[in-house]
Design a protein around this ligand. Structure first.
Ligand SMILES: C[S@@+](CC[C@H](N)C(=O)[O-])C[C@H]1O[C@@H](n2cnc3c(N)ncnc32)[C@H](O)[C@@H]1O
Ligand code: SF4
Length: 393
């Protein structure tokens, strides 16, 4: 089997992202483009808009490198609609032949029957958001399922024949103790997932949790406790045979998520659905976010983009480092400069030196990697390099 740390090396090809914006509830921490709408009319409008958008957003018949059905909650669609969604995509962007086709599934809405429909329609990988198994934390996060339901749903996916099954967890939930997190990790491992994503909770502007933070009704966890949770995660998952191929992502039998690897390598991708982003050859655009204007544009055969920007070479380089540095293999700075067509060593060296001195990175003249201490500072180190993007080319 290919080493999941190095299975994706160049970001070649074009991937497809399909955004399903509906959720049963809006979780207090989530700033993704998703809204509570499980009425038939909204779902029908979405399916019609998506079929129309695909007609002009994707060259018919071209096989995507990878496909990701994300959200939102794609598993909220009924069986019949899920089948129609997969069929509409497959008609334009053939799913068979893709390296990986992932469906995000939430415990409250995935069923054995939907899993069977998904597999028959071309899904090869499921990613289930569990976040925590503790009832008080599930409530705090506004999750629409219980821990028992998450375990049951996992079993249903397995019984439906899912062989590549990933679980999302979050640590650093306000009030969470180290012991609670360790127990969450053990309970997730006991299910035997093929991949795990473990995210440190962040307070995103615009969310209920962020407003609570500003009102002082919620306090962030102690940073030292979060740090201990992070370190424990790496140790525990290494002992369980998982490879930490990115700061928050761990590959078991299922290997790395190839779709995310493609993003981190700045590969080209087309995003369809409300609010979905696309990136092609240094141009990035984002679709209109609300269902109505997005679907109206799609059905009229008009572009669905609400905004677009052409990334300057230095901006692309800065983003290559910001995204790539989170990977265990690090970033090949020489290849990244060649790829975006800019030579910026004089500006890179002072930033690099600063982090070398702090012991956050290693640099062998080509590959820049985070050290164990640097992993805990990934956002700050990456953010520092991002500053390079504001310099003129
Ligand atoms: C956009 S969600 C979609 C998945 C699915 N709807 C669900 O609820 O599980 C993808 C993942 O991002 C993570 N996530 C979302 N908001 C986050 C935040 N503020 N901090 C850390 N992780 C977050 C969660 O682990 C979640 O499973
Ligand atoms: S975390 Fe998932 S279920 Fe919750 S609001 Fe975000 S997309 Fe919806």
């Amino acid at each position: 089997m290919a080493d999941p740390r190095t299975s994706e090396v160049d970001g070649a090809g074009t991937s497809l992202y399909v955004h399903v914006p509906f959720c049963v509830v809006k979780c207090g921490y989530c700033d993704f483009n998703s809204y509570v709408a499980d009425q038939d009319a909204a779902h029908e409008r979405f399916l019609a808009g998506l079929a129309a958008e695909l007609e002009h957003a994707w060259p018919a018949g071209r096989v995507p490198k990878t496909v990701f059905f994300g959200g939102g909650t794609p598993s909220l669609l009924s069986e019949a609609r899920l089948e129609r969604l997969l069929h509409s995509v497959d008609r334009i962007a053939p799913l068979r032949g893709c390296a990986e086709v992932t469906l995000e599934a939430n415990p409250e809405s995935i069923t054995a029957a939907k899993a069977a429909v998904a597999r028959a329609g071309g899904i090869t990988r499921f990613s289930m958001g569990v976040q925590t198994f503790h009832p008080h934390h599930l409530r705090f996060l506004d999750r629409a399922h219980t821990a028992a339901r998450a375990e049951q749903a996992f079993g249903e996916l397995r019984a439906a024949g899912a062989t590549n099954l990933s679980i999302d967890l979050m640590f650093g939930i306000p009030g969470e103790t180290f012991a609670e997190w360790a127990a969450d990790l053990d309970r997730a491992l006991a299910l035997g997932p093929d991949h795990l994503s473990c995210y440190n909770l962040t307070f995103e502007p615009g969310t209920r949790l962020y407003r609570d933070l500003q009102r002082d009704t919620v306090a962030p966890n102690d940073q030292e406790v979060d740090r201990a949770m992070f370190e424990h995660t790496r140790e525990q998952l290494a002992a369980a045979g998982f490879t930490a191929y990115e700061v928050s992502n761990f590959a078991g039998r299922g290997g790395a998520c190839r779709h995310n690897e493609h993003y981190w390598l700045q590969g080209d991708y087309v995003g369809v659905g409300p609010g979905a982003s696309s990136h092609r050859g240094g141009v990035r655009w984002t679709n209109l976010k609300a269902l109505e204007p997005w679907s109206a544009a799609a059905l009229a055969g008009l572009p669905c983009a609400g905004s677009a920007e052409t990334l300057r070479p230095r901006q692309r380089l800065a983003e290559a480092i910001w995204l790539g540095i989170r990977r265990a293999v690090g970033v090949d700075l020489i290849a990244a400069q060649e790829r975006v067509g800019v030579s910026a060593m004089p500006e890179l060296l002072p930033i690099l030196d600063r982090h070398l001195q702090r012991g956050y990175v290693t640099w062998d003249g080509r590959w820049l990697r985070l050290t164990a201490a640097g992993l805990l500072m990934a956002d700050q180190v990456g953010g520092d390099f991002l500053g390079l993007g504001v310099a003129a080319d």
